[in-house]
Design a protein around this ligand. Structure first.
Ligand code: NDP
Length: 240
């Protein structure tokens, strides 16, 4: 197999209209791939094919895939990136706070993977990249819902690897630490300061630093990596 990165693949990134998802979409675009992003509202970033989808709704996912595949062919690279937080301490966490986060971050990933897998099995190749978080394995006070959803992605990637690994399909988890996006801008300054103090790299990261790793793990060079959890966290979660 050549070391040259293959281009022109059909790539779909959920939640690719902003933040980490947009940086991921741009990285694949720069690689010469055909990129579709899902978005819920607002504008589609220039140069990308936007397909409307809410990952909590299987019918809207199916419609989005149908549209993306009509334009770009069967999805060969799926990045399950869409995610939300509803942070609060356990005693204040409502059942809706818990289930909404799990429904988006974990069940949402299940839904898009299930839809994408049909085409990948037919193609006998595919790359599934799940955007988790350092919090999934490290834990975080006030994020029981989020941590549960993000650690669940590891189980998905590893089971998928065992189910479909022999068909040229890999499934990996990328676990970012603290990345500068809307999601982290919302955190109180005190929380940001305490994170900063415990990150060996001594800084937060930009979305592109996650995107480059996602692009690489979806490349031919990474064909023998599957079921892995790849941290992009400046050392914050070391040992987990
Ligand atoms: P943002 O809040 O900036 O963006 C979240 C994206 O997810 C948006 O595109 C949003 O769409 C989409 N989304 C949320 N819910 C749904 C839904 N039900 N259906 C479809 N799309 C949805 O987050 P980030 O870019 O920071 O985070 C991206 C991923 O990275 C998330 O999974 C997050 O958990 C993870 N992560 C982020 C870290 C960070 O430090 N920022 C650290 C570790 C992990 P819309 O614009 O319509 O709301």
């Amino acid at each position: 197999m050549s070391n040259e990165e293959r281009t022109g693949r059909s790539v779909l990134v959920t939640g690719g209209n902003r933040g980490i998802g947009l940086a991921i979409a741009r990285a694949f675009e720069a690689n010469g791939d055909k990129v579709a992003i899902t978005y819920r509202s607002g504008d589609v970033p220039e140069g990308l094919l936007g397909v409307k989808a809410d990952v909590t709704d299987a019918a809207s996912i199916d419609a989005a895939f149908t549209e993306a595949e009509a334009a770009h062919g069967p999805v060969e690279v799926l990045v399950a990136n869409a995610g939300i937080t509803r942070d609060t301490l356990l005693l204040r966490m409502s059942e809706d706070d818990f289930t909404d986060v799990v429904d988006t971050n974990l069940s949402g990933a299940f839904r898009v993977i299930k839809r994408a897998s049909k085409g990948m099995i037919r193609l006998r190749k595919g790359r599934v990249v799940l955007i988790s978080s350092v919090v999934g394995l490290y834990g975080s006070p006030g994020q029981i819902n989020y941590a549960a959803s993000k650690s669940g992605l590891v189980g998905i990637a590893r089971s998928l690897t065992r189910e479909l690994g022999s068909r040229g399909i890999t499934a990996n988890v990328v676990a970012p630490g603290f990345i500068n996006t809307d999601m982290t801008a919302e955190l109180p300054e005190e929380t940001q300061k305490s994170y900063l103090a415990s990150i060996p790299a001594g800084r937060f990261a930009e979305p592109e630093e996650v995107a480059n790793v996602v692009r690489w793990v979806a490349s031919d060079e990474a064909a023998y990596i599957s079921g892995a959890v790849i941290p992009v966290d400046g050392g914050l979660g070391m040992g987990h």
